[in-house]
Design a protein around this ligand. Sequence first.
Ligand code: AMP
Length: 653
Amino acid sequence: MGGKRAFRVGLQTRRTEETSMSSYADFYRRSIDDRDAFWAEQARLIDWQTPPQTICDYSKPPFAKWFVGGTTNLCHNAVDRHLKDRAEQPALIFVSTETDQEKVYTFRELHAEVQRMAAVLKDLGVGKGDRVLIYMPMIAEAAFAMLACVRIGALHSVVFGGFASGSLATRIEDAEPKVIVSADAGSRGGKAVPYKPLLDEAIRLSKHKPGAVLLVDRGLVPMTLEAGRDRLWAAERDKHLNTQVPCEWVDATHPSYTLYTSGTTGKPKGVQRDTGGYAVALAASMKHIYDGRPGETYFSTSDIGWVVGHSYIIYGPLIGGMATIMYEGLPTRPDGGIWWQLVEKYKVTVMFSAPTAVRVLKKQDPALLSKYDLSSLRTLFLAGEPLDEPTAQWISGALNKPIIDNYWQTETGWPILTVCNGVEPTPTKFGSPGKAVYGYNVKLLDDQTGAELTGANQKGVVAIEGPLPPGCMQTVWRDDARFLNTYWSSVPNKLVYSTFDWGIRDEDGYYFILGRTDDVINVAGHRLGTREIEEAVASHPNIAEVAVVGVADQLKGQVAMAFAVLKDASILGDEAALLKLEGEVMKLVDGSLGAVARPARVRFVHTLPKTRSGKLLRRAVQAVCEGRDPGDLTTMEDPTALQQIKDMVGGKA
Ligand code: AMP
């Protein structure tokens, strides 16, 4: 890095002065101590219609407004601005091993498709500030829809395709979309997974009804269309083959999207992201963290339903002028070499995945890794869940490439902790995602007093002092109070953002994440609220009460385990009846939240362990399931409750 680089300001190309490689410590310090100058410089990495007047307005903490006065557009930065230099280069590479399709869209073709989608959305009444809910499999049309929304100033709200009607209905009600974009079906392991019936049911459940539903018919399963509401993408697209839809220049603070994430209550939060801050944060991360260069290929194996999919399948790589691979399929089909085959074929330089996926690949034939030419690949980034040492060691040895752990959250949109090799090559330490990333004023705080823990190896809550850097959530959609009360009020005596993770920092400034401080669990890199799962389980007519805990799992990191008390306890002891009931409950969770939230087991108990004041002792249940000491139980109401669970799981659930 270093040397001469072309930056663009106000749609004009300008050269900056020679930048020389600085030490990461200096770079980081400047991002905190000289915040505005630092981010003003980063802001040059994107195109602005009007340059910002104020870099950060933090006059109403904790609400940060970045790049105030600036106008820009995410789609312009991701697509249009590259037409000048790389119109015929690949932009979106769609690969489906489910339907055996592979299609490369150049920037010019992507530009055309996005405009068609934007024209159709406009026809359906979508305008600036309106919401469009996207419930889609990993197909190119999903990317067109996201980019089309931000092109016209509408907000997209992507809901992961693995979620079922109940989850979808909650999100439709909260986002109140004018239009929903969906498809007949997804596909998993070669088997079609119908989306349309789930969507119809979700719309039926939701108090809010969308004006129109735009459907991509993949020909996977038959669809019944609702007259007056449902439209087919192919037919609508045909009307707009040559329609030009210019980018709507929006304020930097204009929301670009909402993305729902689970918390400790049953109701998911709509994480709201801005436009200018997000574009700058992603552009900067492509340079300083991922070291992805224009014209190269980025491969993130995530899904557009998650934050990684937003930031590093769609926006980050495209803003950086890179081609991005959108992959529909399993990592093991047709065989465990498929990802590496794609790396070879498309000369992937930057790859992004999750530890669970690596653990899945570890079970495959190791020869598959050496079968392909991986010389293009510079780095594999892993994120979303703790990266355990055996997994990191294995993949690092097998690939013989640097493996870099990223720690972040849906809320932040880009990494909080990692090593920034684009700034200065920095060694990694197994078990640590790395150091605080520039822009994040990370602190470890005592959860009881709020006091900062400055010494090495002290355990505290990982917190971020405001303002959160560009790209992080602005607020909870339509609920500023929830933003304040959830994230900024949990540490006593301090207005500070809590990540709800425990961590320690060693003498070299490397952080180690030790797990959540709340009841959120992480299954295969997917964040799930135990409360949501409990609500789904408790909707069975024979369930009186239930506790769901996350239990350590070799493959998925954690799995959900449910312990339920029956209304009609007469079947306790009747193994066949209990097994049937367990199946019914699991089906109920599948139907309401989706299979992703299904507990590994539902066990039936006579009572749940609680304190004398009635508080559920989840941590004790979790400890017992993991064969650990449950700790101090003096406040427990009925010790036999925990004993029953212990006997049931025998130290292992
Ligand atoms: P999500 O918003 O779904 O990405 O989940 C964010 C949560 O996942 C964090 O608060 C952590 O608990 C966990 N997490 C994400 N990345 C890492 C990582 N690299 N190491 C440890 N935990 C992680």
